[in-house]
Design a protein around this ligand. Structure first.
Ligand code: CO
Length: 462
């Protein structure tokens, strides 16, 4: 195959990985028209942490952001990242909420939904996948990639076939920690491509300096598309640079469909924005260089910085080395979950507690208990028996799909907050992040609309 799909991540993952998702709509609005003309396969622009950041830090309505992007980006498909049964939050939601969320997302302009479950337990993405298709959008099933003694190419091929059987329109291999080695990338993609008919995409991060190499090997093995970020927001904890891949692949006999002139203009637009983020301290240039520690500890960059700040708070930064050694042990005890949200936080915090209390699992994190009970889904491997007994007590673990135990809450919530809003999207915002969601909605309720402001100015009553 000689034609490659390029997804641009500047508005979502690059934004999230480099500047804590602080890029506001007003900052990127002037470039949307150009982004639409570059020739990208898709523009990843919503979901992930963008939703949370909009209401928590930017005082922006995430639904308005989507609608406003769609008004300008008319040709390039808009893509979002969805955490299966977790939607965009950290807990499992009942099916009615998952369906309503997807319905609204597609209605307001999302064309491709990339759906993942942290444990690759596909019972947790089934409803989201089916609803995405029902609403007429492209459902991309995801394999979360990790390295462990129980994960191998054979397992990943099985997962890929499972996604195809479930009706996925395509598959994404999500290497969130940038651990995929070039040779593994080739073997993995080749094997998956030989076993499924649907297109396969690769998503990685340059955190450890491997992603460009793994992308090239994936291309040689027949991948259909890769995720890149415009160069001023590329590299380090973000994706490989769009322009670099475009030129490297074009000169190697592939076509990317991207317009080089527009790519340069897009990058020129983002350069001063990046400078502002560096000046304000939001973008720390440190995250732009490779941090191969990730390859030693096999943990995502964000997890390392979280653990360092937890230890600093406890005045125990001198214990960092011990905590880092404890992380793989806790991960093994939990049956080798991939270290992606929410598992990365769970494993990191439990490892820190184990070291600080001086006794393994003396204090058990609430989330670890729920995980052992099966509330997050099926653990990839076996959970340590002693830990399991401690977590369960006399309770029986849940072996069915956890969401089956949850009652519908959408209509009830609608009624509960009818004094604040009756708008479906607002209700979904509230459901996703109840506390900050409510604050945000109340602020929105009492702040005058631009039209009202204009009226008031006219009448002199401001
Ligand atoms: Co990512």
């Amino acid at each position: 195959m000689n034609s490659l799909h390029i997804t641009e991540t500047i508005l979502r993952d690059a934004n999230q990985s480099l500047v804590a998702t602080r890029l506001s709509f007003d900052q990127f609005a002037p470039i949307l028209d150009k982004l639409d003309k570059v020739g990208y396969y898709s523009l990843e622009c919503w979901g992930g942490a963008t939703f949370d950041s909009c209401i928590r830090y930017l005082n922006e309505d995430p639904w308005d952001r989507l609608k406003k992007i769609k008004l300008v980006v008319k040709n390039t498909p808009l893509q979002m990242l969805l955490r299966g049964q977790n939607i965009l939050g950290y807990k499992h939601y009942p099916d009615d909420c998952v369906k309503e969320f997807i319905k609204a997302s597609v209605y307001h302009g999302i064309d491709i939904i990339r759906i993942f479950d942290a444990l690759n337990d596909y019972r947790n993405i089934k409803v989201a996948l089916e609803e995405t298709k029902k609403q007429g959008a492209h459902a991309q099933g995801t394999i979360v990639y990790t390295v462990s003694p129980i994960h191998n190419i054979e397992n990943y091929v099985k997962l890929a076939k499972q996604l195809e059987d479930m009706g996925s329109d395509s598959i994404c291999i999500k290497d969130m920690a940038g651990l995929l080695m070039p040779k593994t990338s080739f073997d993995l993609i080749k094997n998956i491509k030989e076993n499924v008919k649907i297109p396969v995409y690769l998503h990685s991060h340059s955190t450890n300096g491997l992603a460009e190499m793994s992308y090239l090997k994936a291309v040689e093995a027949g991948i259909n598309g890769i995720d890149c970020a415009i160069s001023s927001f590329a590299g380090g904890t973000s994706q490989p640079a769009t322009e670099t891949l475009h030129y490297a692949l074009t000169k190697s006999g592939y076509t990317t469909n991207l317009n080089g002139t527009l790519l340069k203009e897009t990058n020129d637009f983002f350069k001063p924005i990046r400078e502002d983020f560096i000046k304000s301290g939001i973008l720390n240039p440190k995250v732009l260089s490779p941090q191969p520690e990730g390859l030693i500890y096999q943990i995502p960059g964000g997890m390392l910085s979280n653990m360092i700040s937890q230890l600093k708070e406890q005045n125990s930064l001198n214990k960092l080395e011990e905590v880092l050694e404890e992380v793989p042990k806790v991960r093994k005890d939990l049956g080798y979950p991939p270290l992606v949200t929410p598992m990365s936080q769970m494993v990191g915090t439990q490892a820190t507690i184990n070291i600080l209390t001086g006794e393994k699992y003396k204090m058990l994190l609430k989330e670890v208990k729920s995980y052992c009970k099966g509330e997050y889904g099926r653990a990839p491997g076996e959970i340590n028996q002693t830990l399991l007994k401690k977590a369960l007590g006399n309770e029986k673990p849940i072996t069915s799909r956890y969401a089956d135990t949850l009652k519908p809450i959408f209509e009830k919530t609608k009624n509960d907050i009818k004094n604040i809003t009756t708008n479906n999207e607002d209700i979904l915002t509230y459901l996703s992040f109840p506390e900050i969601g409510e604050q945000f909605l109340r602020k929105k309720l009492y702040s005058p609309s631009p039209e009202q402001l204009r009226e008031k100015t006219k009448t002199g009553v401001v």
